[in-house]
Design a protein around this ligand. Sequence first.
Ligand code: PMP
Length: 439
Amino acid sequence: EQVAYQPIDTTGLLQERRRHFAGNLRLSYAMPCTLVRGWRHYLFDDWGNTYLDAYNNVPHVGHAHPRLQAVAAHQLRMINTNTRYLHPAQIAFAHELLAKLPPPLSVCFFVNSGSEANELALRLARTFTGARDMITIDHGYHGHTTGAIDISAYKFNHPAGSGKPDWVEVVMAPDPYRGPYGADGERYAAEVDRAIERIAARGRRLAGFIAETFPSVAGQIIPPPGYLAAVYRRVRAAGGVCIADEVQTGLGRLGTHYWAFTTQDVIPDIVVLGKPLGNGHPIGAVITTAEIAQAFDNGIEFFSTFGGSTLSCAVGREVLRIIDEEGLMANAAHIGNDLLAGLRELQQRHPVIGDVRGMGLFIGVELVSNRTTRAPATTAASYIKERLRAERILIGTEGPYDNVLKIRPPLTFDRAAFTVLLERLDTVLAESFIARVVE
Ligand code: PMP
């Protein structure tokens, strides 16, 4: 008997979604994608159409990696339980992770998301210092939970946000392209002095500084050399601890460095990991020093039901091994370099491209309507994102003005992929809509 092919009813899905989910559960694109399969840096809809994934950083080692399928299936057949019992997978994952981190970072906490990891980092900083106040970078994002939103200027400064909490100080992003101090890292860092003075003026003390090591939500910013060292010096002198949110930048994405903080010659007191660590399986991690972990071990049990589950540990460890064994960091370095060179070549011919920046496969292309005034070309960015989607290439937009094209693919990205991306981007940049945006 022949069975007729039943395509997915996308209109129905959309209607039901509107009925059963809040409207701020956003969909990407005016014409949403219904995706049913993934493979390396490719995605497929139910008609078999192929999309190039130049955006998603969660599938760090590629979508649907066979080794992860095998490890997860095996672990689910054996046991999946929690950290109240011993299992070699917990230790193996911790060893593998700590081998990538410099001393004195030596103690791991496993949780389920970046938000949870940042919540825990905040608690660690406060318990260790006995202080409450935090300094964070403008337009930063650290998660969707109550505490994480309180340290995420991107959320609390939204017109509908609850505003800056009285225990938070915001410093400007060290943005060499748009910031007032150009590439002078020391001057951006000096903002921290003023933040510390304001905290002291309120009669309070500093618990810590938290930042995405390279501000991603603020527009794929590469801070000037020396910035974090100058910030960390000030924070530590004021008694605070330094938290590096490496959710977007860690695990080899930058190509030349496994962590963004090493490019800045600093060692944080607390490192926060999420998104790529489980390649889609929910894993967050906090890694800190023995000293901070000891202060936190104050009699109150630390327990996360799913954090550090046998399955999560098996998956996380396999992700770390795949990154090494498939040479994905080196791939990010050389593919990222060539992709950046290609984007800079487009910049020569397309005046809407004000800035091309990045390291490895962490890339931003900032669009402006006028190269002299650097006026943000927000509509051009959303036009390009939508047009590339129509060409079945997925990228994002980011930054305070939403005018930065965000290119942040799985680390399997290759020459064939970026050649298509550059070709289509070149075509779209030449379209009349873009010409009308440029002054
Ligand atoms: N920190 C950063 C830098 C992030 O980009 C994100 C997620 N976009 C988070 C934290 C929060 O992670 P999650 O969504 O897993 O809670």
